[in-house]
Structure formats: structure tokens, C-alpha cells
Design a protein around this ligand. Sequence first.
Ligand code: ZN
Ligand code: ZN
Length: 254
Amino acid sequence: MKIRVLGAFGGEGLGQRPSAFLVNDSILIDAGTVSGALSVPEQLEIEHALVSHSHLDHVAGLGFLTETLACCGSDRPVTIASLEPIVDAMRTAVFNNVVWPDFAAIPPEAPVVRYRTLVEEAEQRVGDLWVTPVPVSHTVPTSGFIIHDGNAGFIYSGDTGPTQELWRAAKGLRGIRAVILECAFPNRMRKIADLAKHMTPDLIRAELDKLPPDVPVLIYHVKPQFYDETATELSRIAGDRITLLDQDKTYILN
Ligand SMILES: [Zn+2]
Ligand SMILES: [Zn+2]
């Protein structure tokens, strides 16, 4: 399995793009940025977008991707998939003809957006992957995902504070090669992290025991404004088990 990091951050900075990952060239996991990291032909290869939640730093890229699909002769739609409240939010709060056009109706002869509601905590086929969505703890309905191709897989936390269900759902699963885990703020901003339901390095340290043992932890979603401070604090945890995800890098899991 190939995971290309289109955006590794929990916001936007100079050269720092919001969270988005492209798996096997055709399946997005979150879409904070798409067109800012992919050529038009690469955008046209995208068939599915697994969306963890409706916050802008995870969906803004879908706005510009759908415009590319509608204007550049794509012959297939992108299917936006997640748990029901998240799909509803995409429909009613993003592609609602106020914030952005309703691309589920544009162009009329072949709309470029489709929606798909996934079943909670059930493994289901999305493209060439198996996907298990599991609700996590954030300020709006949010799903983490367990992603597997039959041989290798990874756990994607979505935005979340400390959680149990996602780790429980992944327990005993074979072939989990990585946990992609969010961390938003440095330790001194714990109050905001608790309110906004995000992780800090201290919270990640406490979370480690719940994770599948010995699996590498790749951190994403650090806020650009506090990147160096947060990175330094993360580097003091758990030796080399924790690394920060590199934007634009492609990770191979097998
Ligand atoms: Zn976020
Ligand atoms: Zn969020």
C-alpha cells in the first residue's frame, strides 16, 4: 500500500498544507488540500474520499478538486464516504450552494460528487481497500479509520482527544504497520487542546499504552504556528517509535 502525504498539518502555513493523504493514487483520506499538491491528471485519478469530519482543514481541498473534476472532463465522480453524520454535514454545510456549489448535481448529466454512508465499526470495501470507520472523540462527529489491503494496514485517528474505541476495534488485527495519529498543540496549550478535543505530546505519551504494541506512530496535524515547539516535545517521547509525518513523502506499507 502506498500512502502519499499531500498535507501533514492541522492548518495552513507557508508551504505547510492541511491534512490529506492519497492511498494507491485513487483514495483520499481527508482532503484538507488536494489541488495544491497534485497535478490535474493526478486529481482525475481520484475515485474516493474518506472524510474523517467536516472541519475545513480536512475538507477544503474537496471544493477545488470537484471544480477540477467538473471542468476538466473527468469521466467519473468522486465518492465522498464516511459515517452518516459526517456525510450529512458535507451535504448540508459544505456543498450546500452557499459555501460551495452542490456538485452532487453538477454537471447535471454526470454530477462529479456522490455520497456514501459507511457502516460504523464494520469492515467494508472502498476501492481496493478494506475500511473500518470508528467514531472518535472530537468537537463534531468524527471518524477514525482502520485501513487494510489484505496484507498490510494502518490506523488513522482523524482529529481526536484521548479515545478508546478506535484502538479497541483494531485489537488483534494482523498486518497493522503504522498508526497515523494527530497531535495539534504543544503541552502549554493543554487547555485549548482539551476544549477543542485534540492531542498534545503529553496526551500522546499517555495514549501510547492503548495502541497496538511496537507499531510505529506517525504524527500529523501539528498546528503550523507551533510546529517547532510541538516537534521538540514529541521528540522526547518513546525514542524512535514516534516520528512526524513528512509532507510530500510517499510511505510504502507491505
Ligand atoms: Zn483538523
Ligand atoms: Zn477538527
